[in-house]
Each structure stands twice: as C-alpha cells, then as structure tokens.
Design a protein around this ligand. Structure first.
Ligand SMILES: CCOC(=O)C(CCNC(=O)OC(C)(C)C)(Cc1ccc(NS(=O)(=O)O)cc1)C(=O)OCC
Length: 272
C-alpha cells in the first residue's frame, strides 16, 4: 500500500471522502444550538446524535455535539464528542452521567501551540467541583510519559459513581503520535483498565473527529486481532464510522498510522 509514496493508501482514503455527508444535521443548525459547536463545519448527524434528557420544553436542551459510534463490542460502544467548550462543559458532564459511561478518553491537550483546543472541564486538585448539579472529585492520578489516568467520583443527588479519565497528552493535532506505536500502547493500557461492562465510552479530542476516529479504529482492529480475525478491514471500519460522525480519521497520515500500529503489534515490535 505504501509503494509509490503511499499511492494505494491515498486512493483508498480518498474513497472515504463523501461517505455520510448527505445526512442532515438539523439540530446542530438550530440558532439556539450554534454556539454549542466548537467548529462550524464539524456538526453531528441527526440520526446518530447523543440526546441529553430535555429540560422541560426548552428548545435545544437535548443538544450536544456528540454521536454514537460503533466499536468491536457494540454498535453504540462509543459516544464521540468535541472537546467541551466552557459553555457546554455542564452538558458534557450531564452526557457522561445520563449515558452511564464509566470511562472518558481524551486525546488532545487543552492548549496546543497557544490555541485553546478543549476547556479544562475537570478539577485541578482533589477539591469537589460542581458542573451544573454534578459534583466531580478527583480521587487519584497516575502519570506516565504519554498519558495520565485519573479516577473521578461523580455525585448527582444521592447517587455517586466512579469514572476513569484516560488522557493521552502527546498527540499533535492533525498528526500522529511519535512513534506511532505509542498509540498502540495507550490503546492497550486503556483496554486493560477499562471497566469490562457494556456502558458507552466517551471519546473526545478537539473537534472529535481526527484523533478520536483513529483511536477507535485502532482499538477495534486490535480486539479483532486478539480474537484471531483472519481479515481486518480498516477501510470498512472507517466507512462505518463516517456514516455516524463526520471526518472520523481526518488525515491520510492518521489512516496510515492505524496500519503501521497493526503491523507493529503483529510483529511484536516495540510493544514492551
Ligand atoms: C471551521 C474550519 O475548520 C476547522 O477549523 C477544522 C480544522 C481545519 N484545519 C485543517 O484541516 O488543518 C489541516 C489542513 C492542517 C489538516 C476543524 C478541526 C480541528 C481539529 C481537528 N482535529 S481533531 O481534534 O483531532 O479532530 C479536526 C478538525 C476542520 O474542519 O478541518 C476539516 C475537517
């Protein structure tokens, strides 16, 4: 595929360009919801968007820029969303609570090259912080060279729940981790620590398309590999994801990185 400067990769990736783009995003386009979108051209398709429990008949109260996306284990394994904005971070926590999610995967830093890519939506220290009517408390934090895992306790009314925050901190926007196998090791670390239940995993980056799509595709492919699949159809996976959310796996380099990680795992190289 990589012969003639990745010619076959380019051809295959090009075929994905228009997949899903005919589908409507009418909720995202409502005037009341426009300020809730980080990027004007990264909008959730109506048919797969995550719906918050509406507040009375308040128009737009069910809206967040997020879509259900399939994984290896279920057709709605992931909820993929943009990096929360200051004005949508309470909605983000409401989504985490109402979906019953037990894990958040964050694939961007809050600030990259001087640009804000994501709001700092979780506490800096162990004091409880309220986001709407949800109190979030950091219980403990484990820092590694390329990622940090934080255990968060969420309280809403009399109920409380522990949720794990997996933050990959060295993935440049529009690019790939260096070396790409760092991503395969993060996916493995996530799977080893992710609660084994069937609840959705919330995944986000800045726009919630490029790095998020790359992470999910590799996670799905590595589980198929572990289950001794004879063929792993990366094109088919990205095609299926792009029907649910726009631009999933944004750049050709990210598309190639998925293949490189799979080869590295198959060859057992650099996966200590
Ligand atoms: C509103 C205008 O659109 C945009 O800002 C973005 C980014 C545009 N920049 C861009 O594509 O840069 C390169 C040419 C270097 C790749 C919004 C954006 C921002 C960050 C990402 N990464 S992610 O956080 O990993 O998803 C993806 C898209 C956009 O819409 O891109 C087209 C899909």
């Amino acid at each position: 595929m990589s012969a003639d400067s990745d010619f076959r990769f380019s051809e295959e990736f090009e075929e994905l360009k228009h997949v899903g783009r005919e589908q409507p995003c009418s909720a995202a386009d409502l005037p009341v919801n426009r300020p809730k979108n980080r990027f004007t051209n990264i909008l959730p398709y109506d048919h797969s968007r995550y719906k918050l429990q509406p507040v009375d008949d308040e128009e737009g109260s069910d809206y967040i820029n997020a879509n259900y996306v399939p994984g290896h284990n279920s057709p709605r394994e992931f909820i993929v969303t943009q990096g929360p904005l200051h004005c949508t971070r309470d909605d983000f926590w409401r989504m985490c609570w109402e979906s019953g999610s037990r894990a958040i995967v964050m694939l961007t830093r809050c600030v990259e090259k001087g640009r804000e890519k994501c709001d700092r939506y979780w506490p800096y220290d162990t004091r409880p912080v309220y986001y709407g009517d949800i109190a979030v408390t950091a219980l403990n934090e484990s820092r590694y060279p390329d990622w940090t895992v934080t255990e968060l306790m969420l309280c809403r009314g009399a109920e409380q729940r522990v949720l794990k925050h997996f933050h990959f901190t060295t993935w440049p926007d529009f690019g790939v981790p260096d070396p790409p196998t760092t991503l395969a090791r993060f996916v493995r670390a996530f799977r080893e620590r992710c609660p084994p239940d069937s609840r959705p995993v919330v995944v986000h980056c800045s726009a919630g398309v490029g790095r998020s799509g790359t992470f999910i595709t590799l996670d799905t492919a590595l589980q198929q590999l572990a289950n001794h699949a004879e063929f792993i159809d990366i094109f088919g996976m990205v095609h299926a994801m792009r029907r649910e959310r726009v631009w999933m796996v944004q750049t050709e380099q990210q598309y190639i990185c998925i293949h490189q990680c799979l080869v590295a795992v198959l060859e057992g190289q650099d996966m200590a």
